[in-house]
Design a protein around this ligand. Sequence first.
Ligand code: DP6
Length: 325
Amino acid sequence: MSTATARACANIALVKYWGKRDAEQNLPAAGSLSLTLGALVTETTVTFDPRLSTDELVLDGAVAGPAETARTSGFLDLIRAEAKLATRARVTSTNDFPTASGLASSASGFAALAVAASTAAGLVTSPRQLSILARRGSGSAARSVYGGFVRMHAGHATDGSDCYAEPMTSSLTEGVRMVIAIVGGGAPKTHGSRDAMDHTAKTSPLYQAWLELVPHDLAAAEGALSSGDLVALGTIAEANALAMHASAIAARPAVIYWQPTTLALLAEVRALRARGKAAWATMDAGPHVKVLTSTGDAEAVAAALRPIASEVIVSAPGGPVSVST
Ligand code: DP6
């Protein structure tokens, strides 16, 4: 029996991944850029046990359903093929945040699973290989291998060998915070990001425009990171999130993640900015609003959002994935 436990942080994209160029290899159609969050952590233990006849998944203390177990098992098959191993595994995973609420649990989940399972399987892997492997589980997971600001490359290769994430150094890393305003108590989301981005790509008249926009936003965000310009970074992040949602809203039928509280939070973020606070909103495949801010303004932003949201979490940037045996 061999076992390993990994801890990975979730990440929130500031330039979003929304659409694939290859579903089988899980290759994104464009690059993306994210911030890893220290307050949202998944811990996953993988034990390869010769007594098991099937893979087992326990998620937040409960036996997972067949769809989640099958997705995990399919991912473990990639590692078994690489390690020339037939043994089944027991996977126990705990999130310290609401699962499937649009708080990017698949990002930290597959990053932790990739690292725990490859370590338990005895594979020696580089961070880049781990990022490529995590991507097979979930595109956003490729970014959770690293801490701080992270850039995901879309790549060109059909086998995905050039499709991985890399950390980006920036003078902004120490001084930023993310304020997460949870809407609706973290209820499970209505459209999973995987199906919704596929549906957007197939039916939205705005999808092509979205894809053409992403490289420009990425270049501008990278420029803001290298010059240490938080205002420029925040402005791009909010505009990029709204453009992603515009493409989804224009899909037929529409994919609308926002609830009335989401819009109230967005209005409050604009009001905070008008009062001179550093505050820029981003939203993913759920109703929650995440606000990029500075260490100095994080408490004021959290205090303004608390009366509107059901829960508010303030997060510092998180570190890279870690593993122990
Ligand atoms: C809106 O990484 O969950 O959070 O690769 O199909 O598993 P799959 O998708 P996933 O999509 C994340 C979408 C997003 C934006 C982002 O994180 O970049």
